[in-house]
Every structure is written in structure tokens, then in C-alpha cells.
Design a protein around this ligand. Structure first.
Ligand code: GTP
Ligand code: MG
Length: 660
């Protein structure tokens, strides 16, 4: 449905909401209703969860739109956050089940904190198990502003078959894939409709004195007044409209389009909300980076100000480069365009120095724009190529994947020697490994990362090390006496020279110190030995047969025997962990941490998150692998944590020493 262009600048809507609420189904229904159908899965009932945001372009009644379908999974929340940072309005899609309302709470908070105008779309209204009224009440507990029901469902035989529009007071019956049919308001619905209308009017009257006067004098307000108030309050983030639908049947989809047309702010309003100056050179912001085979690097960007022309030199914080094409995605296909105007979402080609989140401009330096930071990693896998020849290719491919996904991290652990991929969960990392296989032909094996154990000693020992070798003419001789003693935790390694009278000549002493420190890199259990001192107290030398090499060997002999005799003990890293959960799960989170040898330090309200707690604990790093999986499964997928190294603790035997 293209129609004549209205001259309004293109607007952007993001579809967000819990996993499985029907965002992708709604996205497809919206695109189809606008005459720009996108590819649908062969079996819509068996649709895979979305792992990457998807942009659709269309024109509805003459207005240009970019609609962004976001993943609902918490593991891909960073994608949704990026889309929200671009959106003029968000549609929070949820199910008509009060028990699932809690799952919307992190999104509700993001929307409120960033003052993103939004409306709620209660989807799957055709399923009979839920209740709109109870769902609304449950959602209200997590919403920062009043929710107003715009539609009252009409039920026939236990199923919702249409709705009454609360403002226009007209009734409609859903028709699969077609505009709904206007019907008489069923008489049984009159009361429910009136109740919803009074609620709506009362809520709006709270922010409109003229309307309040009418309410008090019992004068019915006009639809026009109500529409105007709704528009104003929604843009100000003061009320949230609630619409109903069944996106699988395209039910309520045209009604949603109408609300979007009416209430979605323009790019200038959104730019103002984000603190972007109205005047200035053209400005775009990248919100997603894709390495797409033949087109090369594509930076999905929204134009906040002015127009960007193909071939322009665009500069971001890390430098500028010539733009190698502007692409649009009408429906399923990409098409090239010469220019992109304010409001548009386009793919900018070959902007090599530009990263996701960057603002770019053709005139000098772009002002820095806010962009959501990636969430901290909560799951890790050690990865290796199955074919060593692929190692170089792997680092190149990983660099591209990391550029595409800021919620991934890569670390080369110097202590364990492993390449460790960090991310947001099992599905996130598995999806990444699948991408390596599919896009780069790389087969990668993954496993649980090793823990960086250390060891130390509990007793001081005095140790003698002696090398005396006579091979042919020239011999090797060195003799050292050392004291090995424990130091305070965290004090590190120290070498002390207490030799008097030249028992070991000055020039050999550095070799002894180096060999002692070297020998401490692998203790009796096979791990680095920390927090010890080695004191050279005495020794002997031979004027011809002694050398650095000989003193090194003698020291190694002394260290090996000495460390084994000094009551060695394994040290395991203990992390400080802060688990965030809705407070109904606080006790569960504590049990979970205790079950992983965690020492609970306490819990407190999570700052800025009403109804959430932070549980603080000290937990052995060895117990953190898989914590996120268990935590999410016990907290409706909402729990998360941050960790940092705290200290090394003597292992009470639970930690497994590495085979020597
Ligand atoms: N009964 C009913 N089922 C629906 C409706 N909309 C979607 N579904 C079903 O709900 C399931 C999930 O739909 P999706 O559109 O994939 O949900 P999503 O929100 O995109 O999920 P994620 O991508 O995982 O975040 C699918 O099996 C759909 O067929 C609806 O209006 N009614
Ligand atoms: Mg989806």
C-alpha cells in the first residue's frame, strides 16, 4: 500500500518484547499490510528465535517507515538496545498472560530510562488462556507511566474475534489477512467498553485541565480531543497506549499501523529527545555492522540530520573514508540509492574505520552520540581450530565477528594458553560458532575454559642444590643454598641475595635469581607458584667449571626439591560476583550461589531498579561456568551477574590439580 508520498520524513519503529511473544510474526504482518512482504519461514509455527535485528522498509499510506524486528532473548539484548537507540517509537509486544508480564520489566525500564515513546501490543489475543484485563494490571506493575487500553476485546465462544475501539467507540471483527470488518458493538460489550473509556479519559484528564473540567461537568469529550491528548502524552512518555491483536492472523495489524502513523514522533523530535542539535552538518549514526560477502562491510545507520550523499567522505571518531554506496532494503531486497535523507535507515558501504555506535559526518568531526554499552560477558568457551592451518584465518574471522557484535569478547589467556570467547550465553556463543562455520568455513572445537589456578607453599625450607659434572675435559660446577619461604598473599615473588664473602661470585647471582623465578612458574601441581621469597644464603663455585648455566641448573634442582618439600598448596581464584534478580528470586539466587561453594556476603536493592535485588557473593571462578544458564532457568530468564577477580584462596581440596 504505497500511496502518494505525504512529505513526512521517514520514521523508525522497533519491535521489542520477550522471546516468543510474536515480534517476528508481527513484523511480517506489518510489512505485508504495507505491501512490502518479506520472506517468511516455511513453517511459521516452527520459527527459530531471532538472533539478529532485521530491518524492513515500507511505505504505509504515503509515509516511509523502517521497521526493526528485534530478538527477544536476553542473550541478544544488545541488538534490541541498538535498535531502540535509533527508534522514534517502540512497540512492546507481549502475550496476554499475566504470569509473563515480569519478563517485560527490563525493557520497560530501558524505555522509561531513555524516555523512548512506546506502546504496548498485546499479541496472541486469539489464544484463550489469558486475560487482557489481568495482563494489563500485571504489566502496570512494571510500567513507569499509566497504561491505557485503547481496545476492548470481543470474545465469541471463548475466543477473541475482534475489538471495540475505545476512543472512536466502533466495533470491528478480525478477518484473516484483511482489514477488519466494522460491526455493531455487541450489547454485552457496552459496559466493558464504557469502563475502559472512563479509565482512558480519567488518565488523560490528569494531564489536561480542560479535559478534567469536562469530566467533572459530565460533558463527553470529543474523539479529536482524546486523540490529541494521547499523541502528546505518548510522545512525552506520560502514558502508554495498549493495543491488542493476533499477528498470526494479521488481526489488529492495521489498527496498529494507524496508531503508529498518528503517534510516532518524527526524526526531529527524536533527535531533540536525544540531545542532538537541530542545526549542523549532516549526521548519521551506525547501529549495526555486517560483513556481507560481495558488498563488503555494511554499516546500518540512521540519518539524524541533513542528507548523506554517496561518494561523500564520512568521518567518525577513528577517521574518515569515502562512502562506497548507500543501500536501502525495501522488503527483502537491497537497492542502491544516491542519497539518504534525515530520518532514513540505510546501509552505508565500506566505511572501514567506522564502528557500531559511531556518529559520522561528511564535514569534519562528528559530535559523539550516546550508544548503549554492551552488557558484561557471562559465559565463556575456550576455542581451537580443528585444523591448525586455519589459525590465521580464525583470527581474521573473529575480528569481523567482534566488529559485528560488541557483546562478544575475545581474550588470549596468557596463563592457561587458551583462546577464550566471551559472550552472553550458550546460544549466543553457539550462534557465533555457527557463523564461523557458515560464513568462513571454519570448524572450531570449543570447551569449558581452564581455570587459572596458582599454588604457593605453607612452610619455609632450606634447600641445597648442587651440580657437579665431569664430561671429558671441561666440567660443570655450581652449588647453591637457598631459603624458600612463604610470603603474604598478593606479595608476589622476591629474590634476596644474602651471600657474603664471595661464596657465589657477584656475576653468577643474577642467573640464580632468574632461575629461581623461572622455576616458580611451574610448581609441584603444575601451576605458577606465587607469593614466595627465595633467599640465596650460601654456595660454592669452581674457578674454571662454574658458569651462569651451571648456577641456573643448580638453582633449578634446589627449587624443584625445595618447593615439593615446603608443604605446597593449590590456590584457586575467587571472584566477587554480583547477581541481579527480581526480588522474588533473591532466595533462589542465594541458594544457587551457596550450591556453587559461594560465600554470600549479603543482598541489597539494586540501585535504580525497583523490585530488583543485587546478591553479593564470593564464588570460586571454577564454579562460574554455566552459572548463567542455571540462573536464567530459575529466574524466567531475567537473572544476570557481573564478576571480577577478588583473591586467591587455598583450595580445601575441591579444586582439581592439573596432572603434572
Ligand atoms: N496463537 C498465536 N500464535 C502466535 C501469534 N503470533 C505469533 N505466534 C506464534 O508464537 C511463536 C513465536 O512467534 P515469533 O514471531 O517467532 O516470536 P518472536 O517474538 O519473534 O520471538 P523471538 O524472536 O524469539 O524473540 C510462533 O510459534 C508463532 O507462530 C498470534 O497472534 N497468535
Ligand atoms: Mg523473532
Amino acid at each position: 500500500m504505497s500511496g502518494t508520498p505525504t512529505g513526512r520524513s521517514p520514521r523508525t519503529v522497533a519491535l521489542v518484547g520477550p522471546s516468543g511473544s510474536g515480534k517476528s510474526t508481527l513484523f511480517e504482518a506489518l510489512m505485508e499490510a504495507a505491501g512490502s512482504p518479506v520472506k517468511r519461514p516455511a513453517d511459521p509455527r516452527n520459527r527459530p528465535a531471532t538472533t539478529e535485528l532485521r530491518v524492513g522498509h515500507c511505505t504505509y499510506l504515503g509515509d516511509a517507515w523502517a521497521v526493526i524486528d528485534c530478538p527477544g532473548s536476553i542473550e541478544f539484548a544488545h541488538e534490541a538496545a541498538a535498535a531502540l537507540a535509533m527508534a522514534d517509537l517502540a512497540v512492546l509486544v507481549c502475550e496476554p498472560q499475566p504470569a509473563k508480564a515480569l519478563a517485560t520489566s527490563p525493557l520497560m525500564k530501558t524505555l522509561a530510562d531513555n524516555r523512548i515513546p512506546h506502546l504496548v501490543f498485546i499479541n496472541k489475543i486469539d489464544t484463550s488462556e489469558g486475560s487482557v484485563r489481568d495482563t494489563l494490571a500485571a504489566l502496570q506493575a512494571y510500567a513507569a507511566c499509566p497504561l491505557v487500553l485503547r481496545q476492548v476485546p470481543i470474545s465469541e465462544g471463548g475466543a477473541v474475534t475482534g475489538y471495540v475501539d475505545v476512543v472512536s467507540e466502533r466495533a470491528y471483527r478480525y478477518r484473516k489477512g484483511q482489514p477488519s470488518e466494522l460491526i455493531q458493538i455487541p450489547s454485552a460489550m457496552q459496559d466493558a467498553e464504557q469502563e475502559a473509556k472512563s479509565k482512558l479519559v480519567e488518565t488523560l484528564a490528569d494531564r489536561d485541565d480542560a479535559l478534567l473540567e469536562k469530566v467533572l461537568e459530565d460533558i463527553p469529550p470529543s474523539s479529536g480531543e482524546l486523540y490529541a491528548d494521547l499523541h502528546k502524552d505518548l510522545a512525552a512518555g506520560a502514558v502508554t497506549e495498549v493495543l491488542l491483536g493476533a499477528s498470526e492472523q494479521a488481526g489488529g495489524v492495521r489498527r496498529l499501523w494507524k496508531a503508529l502513523r498518528h503517534d510516532t514522533p518524527d526524526v526531529t523530535e527524536t533527535a531533540a529527545r536525544k540531545g542532538i542539535d537541530a542545526d549542523g552538518p549532516p549526521l548519521a549514526q551506525v547501529f549495526k555492522t555486517v560483513h556481507a560477502g560481495h558488498t563488503g562491510k555494511l554499516s546500518y545507520a540512521r540519518i539524524w540530520r541533513g542528507a548523506i550523499k554517496d561518494g561523500a567522505t564520512l568521518s567518525g571518531p577513528a577517521g574518515g573514508t569515502r562512502l562506497g554506496g548507500i543501500y536501502q532494503m525495501p522488503g527483502a531486497e537491497m537497492s542502491k540509492t544516491a542519497e539518504a535523507e534525515a530520518g532514513q535507515v540505510v546501509a552505508l558501504a565500506r566505511l572501514d574505520p567506522v564502528a557500531t555506535g559511531d556518529a559520522v559526518t561528511p564535514n569534519g568531526t562528528a559530535e559523539a552520540l550516546p550508544f548503549p554499552a554492551p552488557p558484561p560477558p557471562v559465559y565463556a568457551l575456550a576455542i581451537t581450530t580443528t585444523d591448525r592451518k586455519d589459525d590465521v584465518k580464525l583470527s581474521g574471522a573473529l575480528a569481523k565477528l567482534l566488529e559485528e557484535d560488541a557483546s562478544l569478547g575475545l581474550e588470549h589467556d596468557a596463563e592457561t594458553g587458551e583462546t577464550v570467547l566471551h559472550g552472553q550465553g550458550e546460544i549466543h556463543l553457539n550462534t557465533t560458532l555457527e557463523r564461523l562455520a557458515r560464513n568462513y568455513g571454519l570448524k572450531v572445537a570449543s570447551r569449558r575454559p581452564d581455570v587459572a589456578y596458582k599454588e604457593t607453599i605453607r612452610s619455609a625450607v632450606h634447600q641445597h642444590g648442587r651440580l657437579k659434572r665431569q664430561t671429558g675435559g671441561h666440567g660443570q660446577f655450581a652449588d647453591v643454598k637457598i631459603d624458600i619461604a612463604p610470603r603474604e598473599r598478593g606479595a608476589g615473588f622476591a629474590f634476596i641475595d644474602k651471600v657474603v664473602g664471595g661464596a657465589v661470585p657477584r656475576n653468577f647471582i643474577p642467573a640464580v635469581g632468574e632461575a629461581a623465578e623461572d622455576a616458580a612458574k611451574k610448581g609441584p601441581f603444575g601451576y605458577p607458584v606465587v607469593d614466595i621469597s627465595v633467599t640465596l644464603t650460601d654456595g660454592q663455585f669452581h674457578s674454571v667449571d662454574s658458569s651462569d648455566m651451571a648456577f641456573r641448573t643448580a638453582t633449578q634442582i634446589a627449587m624443584k626439591e625445595g618447593l615439593a618439600a615446603a608443604d605446597p598448596v593449590l590456590l584457586e581464584p575467587i571472584d566477587r560476583v554480583s547477581v541481579s534478580v527480581p526480588n522474588e528470586f533473591t532466595a533462589r539466587a542465594q541458594r544457587l550461589l551457596s550450591g556453587r561453594r559461594g560465600q554470600i556476603l549479603g543482598y541489597a536493592e539494586k540501585p535504580g531498579w525497583p523490585g530488583w535485588d543485587d546478591v553479593e557473593a564470593l564464588v570460586p571462578a571454577a564454579e562460574l561456568h554455566g552459572l548463567i544458564i542455571e540462573l536464567r532457568s530459575q529466574t524466567m530468564g531475567l537473572g544476570s551477574y557481573v564478576r571480577s577477580f577478588d583473591h586467591l584462596a587455598e583450595s580445601r581440596g575441591e579444586a582439581k590439580p592439573r596432572a603434572a
